[in-house]
Design a protein around this ligand. Structure first.
Ligand code: ADP
Length: 322
């Protein structure tokens, strides 16, 4: 950690109460002039730091700048070794995939505060205006392409855990949508490169709606609506930390170790669902029983249990005759 990070950590520890420049300087082993220089740099990075004469510095507000250093200051996991970007890009997926192809290590993260060509699954668009967090992270799991199938579900669980850290109560919509109060708050997209029996890299993309700065797709939900005083870099960091945790568990113990937790967040569990394929054709209607160890959705239908590897679920009755 740099001295600037140490100054920030000390101010955070003080919980908004002032600490004198002298005390900061002494505890960090630097001069008072250095402390004042780092405070100025933190202010320039968007932190609201009040200087009270005779009392010292108090951190009154976190920075909302989606700046790699600010994100880094919130990250706890040692997994994320290179966090970069933060401005506008066409797609963080393209940037991260280019880095992965060039040999970038696992733990590389590309951030963006806006995407002009954000993608969803199946070539769908992910609307990415200012106000959200868009990130793509490189993983290099020691797994085969077959073993990796439940990874989208694992990532959605990680995103949900990250949001729960703020006191939000996210739910999951199989396979990998993260919902807040019935609205979609995050989209997840995975791209990978593999040989026959080994995954070379996976790029995990997560788009999160934080502030409602522009009208989004109908049914979008925003983190700031349920979490007061949230900041984008903090959201990015909590989500990254939680993803590191669930992916680590998944690599060691498989999806079986996370299945109960995934199911506990599944809004459809035990309810009547309609499953359509990617073209919108009806596949099944029945009660969602849960997911199996491969991440397939198990539906109790009139003709017995059936497991589905892909598709879209909805809690609405079928709009097409059966
Ligand atoms: P799907 O929801 O079909 O699995 P994705 O997760 O890849 O697909 O997300 C793409 C879909 O999500 C789009 O077709 C659109 O309906 C919706 N969408 C696009 N941008 C946003 C956003 N920022 N917030 C919420 N929903 C969005």
């Amino acid at each position: 950690m740099s001295t600037r990070d140490d100054v920030l950590a000390s101010l955070r520890e003080a919980g908004g109460l002032p600490i004198s420049g002298e005390k900061l300087a002494r505890s960090l082993g630097v001069s008072r002039a250095a402390v004042s220089k780092h405070v100025a740099a933190l202010r320039a990075a968007g932190f609201d730091i009040h200087a009270a004469p005779g009392l010292g510095y108090a951190l009154l507000g976190e920075s909302d700048a989606l700046d790699p250093r600010v994100v880094r200051s919130h990250v706890r996991s040692p997994w994320w070794i290179d966090i970069r970007g933060g401005g506008e890009v066409v797609s963080t997926m393209d940037e991260a995939a280019r880095l992965a192809r060039g040999g970038a290590p696992a733990g590389t993260v590309v951030l963006a505060s806006r995407q002009t060509g954000g993608r969803g699954r199946l070539g769908r668009q992910w609307e990415s205006p200012e106000g959200g967090v868009y990130l793509s992270a490189i993983l290099r799991p020691q797994l085969s392409p077959a073993e990796i199938t439940p990874l989208p579900l694992v990532i959605s669980l990680g995103v949900a855990r990250g949001l729960a850290e703020f006191g939000a109560a996210p739910t999951l919509k199989w396979p990998n949508d993260v919902m807040l109060d019935d609205g979609k708050v995050a989209g997840i997209l995975l791209e990978m490169s593999a040989e026959a029996d080994r995954v070379s890299w996976v790029v995990v993309g997560v788009g999160l709606n934080v502030f409602a700065s522009a009208p989004l797709a109908p049914g979008a939900a925003y983190i700031a609506d349920v979490v007061p005083d949230v900041t984008r870099p903090h959201v990015a960091a909590e989500v990254l930390d939680a993803i590191a945790d669930v992916v680590d568990r998944f690599e060691r113990s498989g999806f079986a170790a996370l299945r109960d937790e995934y199911e506990s967040l599944l809004a459809a569990l035990g309810r009547e669902v309609t499953l359509t394929d990617v073209d919108g054709h009806l596949q099944a209607v029945g009660t969602a029983r849960g997911v199996d160890e491969a991440g397939r959705l198990v539906v109790a239908t009139a003709t017995g249990d059936a497991a589905f590897a892909s598709g879209d679920t909805s809690l609405r009755p079928p709009s097409v005759p059966i």
